[in-house]
Ligand binder design. Structure first.
Ligand SMILES: *Cc1c(COP(=O)(O)O)cnc(C)c1O
Length: 369
């Protein structure tokens, strides 16, 4: 939405009196407001017709996948494992260490055992080569980090169940043109407030196997249960589904805007700064993440951008790497350990105004060595 304030254009693009550009922010349009109002006025607040419409829209876009609306990405990941029939078996599920704690939460909530794996330098995705010593694992949760397609073909050969974590890659495809989310056995999207589609909380689980989908349907529907078994409520409420669906309908515009912002940033980079990987292929940039040579340069770049009123961020602190959260030795995860001290994430989100994008571009052009 547009700001209430009209400020005179500043002569200097990095004028310090301009409000700080946040790292992220949701874009809520009048269409979104109308969709939620309609849901509220309908008198149906729980999971219902709008949740079903959201599922249909995803099933249509990712045909022939089955879609289930869920309360969060974490819920979707948990149900992807339970739906596959490995819930409460202690099955081994590989996850990348450069990810959010939701990965560990989901694996443990499903009664499985996490196997934390280091990442590749270029894409920041789980490194399939590092699974070789582990033999074939029961499942892999492959995150498409920042929108970069994970190497699903290499992972497929090493696991029985392949779950795509698409919480950062909605609307993108891999270098062969396949839509991310339509390749693995299951795929999970999140509608948390900072994601490509922002409904506050929420998500969608896609599955290819009808039997696995049916297991999730029964899990989600108390009326479908024949015998009692302990479960958790992972359903999505209709007003949130209405908001997610309204945004999903303009997904192609949102992704085009993100790509245009990233292209503008890349064009502005000075020669000593390399652009993020994947800009040329099907990546929809979820983050615009630069890589500094070392921690000192990371600090210089962040300082430069923040002095220009731009909330640049290193993203994941070392203590949040999943191997550290589990108390594992950092020596076994050299790439992720190095990456946290070199990433600089620059604001890139759908609500960014042209004027803000111009300020970011001007600051990027002046990044110090
Ligand atoms: C946001 C995110 C999640 C968790 O989604 P929630 O909706 O917050 O539970 C999982 N994986 C990745 C890669 C994410 O970015």
């Amino acid at each position: 939405m547009t700001s209430q304030h009209t400020r005179p254009a500043a002569p200097d693009a990095t004028a310090p009196h301009e409000p700080v550009i946040p790292h992220n922010g949701p874009l809520v349009t009048e269409d979104d407001v109308a969709a939620v109002s309609e849901a509220l006025r309908s008198g149906w607040l729980a999971s219902g017709p709008r949740t079903a419409a959201l599922e249909e829209a995803f099933a249509e876009r990712f045909h022939p996948r089955h879609a289930t609306a869920v309360s969060s990405g974490t819920a979707g990941l948990t149900l992807a494992l339970r739906g596959a029939g490995i819930g409460d078996t202690g099955a081994t599920v590989a996850v990348p260490t450069y990810g959010c704690s939701a990965l560990l939460d989901a694996v443990l909530a499903a009664g499985c055992t996490p196997l934390v794996v280091d990442i590749t330098e270029r894409t920041l995705n789980l490194d399939p080569g590092r699974l070789d010593g582990a033999g074939r694992v029961d499942a892999v949760i492959a995150v498409h980090t920042h929108g970069n397609a994970a190497d699903l073909d290499a992972l497929r050969a090493r696991t029985a169940l392949l779950v795509e974590d698409c919480c950062q890659s909605l609307g993108g495809h891999d270098e062969r043109g396949r839509p991310l989310g339509g390749i693995g056995d299951a795929a999970v999207f999140s509608f948390y407030a900072t994601k490509t589609i922002a409904a506050g909380e929420g998500g969608v689980l896609l599955q290819s196997d009808p039997a696995a989908f049916e297991r999730v349907r029964v899990y989600q529907d108390p009326a479908a249960r024949e015998r009692y078994a302990p479960r958790f409520n992972y359903r999505l409420a209709d007003p949130a589904a209405a908001l997610a669906l309204s945004q999903f309908r303009r997904l192609d515009r949102i992704t085009a805007h993100r790509r245009a912002l990233a292209a503008g940033y890349t064009a502005a980079l000075p020669p000593h700064v390399a652009p993020p990987p994947g800009a040329a292929d099907g990546r929809v940039p979820y983050r615009y993440c630069l890589r500094a040579a070392d921690r000192a340069q990371q600090r210089r770049w962040i300082g430069h951008l923040r002095a220009a009123g731009i909330r640049a961020d290193p993203l994941i602190p070392a203590r949040h790497l999943l191997h550290r959260q589990l108390g594992l030795e950092p020596g076994g995860f050299p790439v992720a350990e190095r990456v946290v001290d070199s990433t600089v994430s620059v604001p890139l989100f759908a609500a960014l105004t042209e004027r803000q994008a111009d300020r970011v571009t001007a600051a990027l052009a002046g990044l110090p060595a």
